[in-house]
Design a protein around this ligand. Structure first.
Ligand code: K7E
Ligand code: RUQ
Ligand code: CUA
Length: 648
């Protein structure tokens, strides 16, 4: 049985062989008759929920409406975005700085919404970056990335950015253990077991959402995969799944699947806070970058941090405990009551559910099974509430509906399974198309789920949409979960690879004081032109600053001469419109810095270093009025040594 299971998992790795064996038998199943009605949002009407979806290797986050599945927006977070100029404009470039320099891309897996008293509150959305370990905060008043913090001592921040019930902390964790940053940088890989360490990061969230890396816990060199915070009774704890407890550093496919059980690490972060107060933490050198967006000057700033506070999990015997969990656990989900901890072993044929009450008793009674690298291991049975038997193959992620039910995706058998938390009985199963990763119920990882819809995010869509060449879209599938049985309503494609997602009733965001446009009076950009009278062109040596405005339907100035080859020209373009949703674009022929999109009240800067002489037209790229096609101008570029004076 175990062998069979392993084989099918390896077949996934081998690609298409898997379709032949694992395509669900009931794929001819069509949706019920009233499905169309249930997802139909009439023209001019709004959706009921916002749905934020991770963009995977696109590095961005997309916003959908539910139940319509309409794509509303793609928000640039970790990747450059030609549409908005994010990463290209002088104001936003610093957002993508890291200790490795400018990194214009990342692999974005998980999202979590800020919470108040265990409920989503619509203030901020947080996103992790898996490649260069980072956490971003998106301000849901503006739908803009407001902050990005890098995590030191860490490879692959996968188990992130999960949030405690009052948004006290966001966590990060290393998927790839690495030697600590203050190592001398020359460590042989075959000393993995001795020198490679895991790090759990606890990032404090301030009143205005500002992020601060409060402390890290150093652990043995396992791979952390996913995590979730405790709730209610278990508030104060965080639970992290870990695999590769074999601590293999090569051919993990085989070498990290040897142990029958890996672990869920239970971390008592309140206790960790006490130790820090008592002075038990150690400040060690580190190197990471913290980028913030200043709303007043509308400009990003980078700050380099040089130190981090570290606690050692093995040294402080009572902040971390290992709960054995079958076969390379992936998802680690806590039910809305905070009592049940669900582990999902990718290679397991059951789902273990642990009880927080039992865990606490086991700790009090020291029901340990020895220790793992200095960390106490709880006896499996002592913490176990029970096992869901035969749920399907390849359990990955679980969400909750707030009515006592859990829903788990089965990657290998391509289905979603509903089960009862209390008696661990499977209640319903539906095929998904195909190979689901995460699933999402709005509020489904909080104390208050909105258990009406569930979306399952699939890795593969072979035969579901019109083919688009060798690469097909990934997809989302919307289910109605208001009844006893799950009901498929809709399929729709997603941007990039969708991993985790978040959902929230639309009103919670629409009522959060959302910004409609920036008031000119609040614009403290150093190069703002608050009206056409303030426009000018100023040469400072090789630098030329153009204070430019745009309003329907012209730029001021629109004829500029006296620019020379090799000059650094900065076009600071202010949008003078006072109505929302009237952006102007700005692009120059041949400029290798993409375009700008300037929203009303904003000033955005495009840097251009002309490489040859000539006349260069510029124009507005966003159709803004009946005279949009007239919204244009010229720059004359003269040879490097020329005496043509600046005129405009
Ligand atoms: Cu399961 Cu990166 Cu959350 Cu994707 S991980 S599916
Ligand atoms: S122009 S509306 Cu290029 Cu017809 Cu676009
Ligand atoms: Cu401004 Cu088109």
């Amino acid at each position: 049985m175990k062998n069979k299971l392993l084989k099918s998992v390896f077949a996934v790795a081998l690609g298409c062989a898997f379709f032949v064996s694992c395509k669900p038998k009931d794929s001819s199943d069509t949706v019920d008759g009233d499905a169309a009605q249930k997802v139909y949002v009439a023209p001019g009407k709004y959706d009921e929920f916002y749905n934020f979806v991770s963009g995977g290797f696109s590095g961005q986050v997309s916003v959908y409406g539910l139940p319509s599945g309409r794509l509303l927006r793609v928000m640039p977070v970790f990747s450059e975005d030609p549409q908005s100029g994010y990463g290209y404009s002088e104001e936003t470039k610093a957002m993508l700085n890291t200790s490795h320099g400018y990194v214009p891309w990342d692999d974005q897996h998980h999202l979590d919404l800020s919470q108040t008293n265990g409920e989503v509150d619509g203030r901020w959305l947080f996103a992790n970056a898996n490649n260069t370990p980072r956490i971003a905060r998106i301000d849901l008043k503006t739908f803009k990335t407001a902050e990005i913090i890098e995590l030191p001592n860490c490879g692959g921040n996968h188990s992130s950015p999960f949030i405690t019930q009052n948004t006290e902390y966001i966590v990060g964790a290393s998927r790839f253990s690495v030697p600590a940053d203050n190592d001398d940088g020359d460590v042989p890989i075959n000393t993995y077991k001795k020198n490679f360490k895991g790090h759990l990061s606890f990032v404090k969230v301030g009143k205005e959402g500002e992020l601060d890396l409060a402390f890290q816990i150093v652990t043995p060199g396992v791979n952390f995969d996913l995590s979730h915070p405790g709730k209610k009774e278990s508030h104060g704890w965080f639970f992290f799944s870990c695999y590769n407890t074999e601590q293999a550093n090569t051919l993990l496919e085989v070498n990290a699947s040897k142990n029958d059980k890996d672990f869920i690490m239970a971390v008592n972060w309140k206790k960790a806070e006490e130790y820090i107060k008592a002075g038990k933490g150690k400040r060690v050198p580190a190197n990471y970058v913290h980028n913030t967006w200043d709303e007043k000057t509308q400009t990003a700033k980078s700050e380099i941090k040089k130190e981090v506070l570290i606690l050692d999990a093995a040294e402080l015997k009572d902040i971390c405990y290992m709960i054995p969990c079958p076969k390379s656990p992936h998802g680690c989900d806590i039910d809305p009551t905070g009592e049940y901890i669900v582990g999902s072993g990718k290679l397991a044929a059951l789902i273990p559910v642990f009880s927080f009450t039992k865990l606490k008793n086991a700790i009090a009674k020291k029901q340990f099974d020895g220790s793992y690298a200095g960390i106490p291991v709880i006896k499996y049975e002592a913490a176990l509430h029970g096992e869901v038997q035969k749920p399907g193959l390849g359990p990955l992620h679980t969400e909750f509906d707030g009515k006592g039910n859990a829903y788990t995706t089965m990657f290998v058998s391509s289905e979603v399974v509903k089960w009862s938390i209390k008696d661990l009985k499977v209640l319903d199963r539906k095929a998904t198309y195909y190979s689901p990763g995460h699933l999402m119920i709005p509020g489904g990882n909080t104390e208050k789920p909105f258990g009406k819809y569930m979306v399952v995010y699939n890795k593969i869509t072979k035969d579901r949409f019109l083919p688009t060449g060798p690469e097909l879209a990934q997809s989302a599938q919307l289910f109605d979960i208001s009844g006893d049985k799950m009901k498929l309503l809709l399929d729709y494609p997603t941007i990039g690879e969708p991993h985790y997602a978040q959902g929230i009733p639309a009103d919670k965001i629409r009522n959060n004081g959302q910004l409609k446009y920036y008031k000119m009076a609040d614009n403290l950009h150093p190069y703002v032109a608050r009206g056409e009278k303030e426009t000018k062109v100023v040469r400072e040596g090789k630098k030329v600053h153009v204070y430019m405005t745009c309003i329907r339907s012209h730029f001021a100035p629109d004829n500029i001469e006296g620019i020379r080859v090799g000059d650094e020209v900065y076009f600071h373009v202010t949008n003078l419109e006072q109505d929302w949703d009237v952006p102007h674009g700005f692009a120059i022929k041949g400029a290798n810095t993409a375009e700008l999109l300037i929203m009303p009240g904003e000033t955005i800067t495009l840097k251009w270093v002309p490489q040859k002489k000539g006349i260069f037209p510029f124009y507005c790229t966003d159709f803004c009025s009946a005279l949009h096609q007239e919204m244009q101008g010229y720059v004359r570029v003269s040879p490097a040594g020329s005496n043509v004076p600046i005129t405009y």
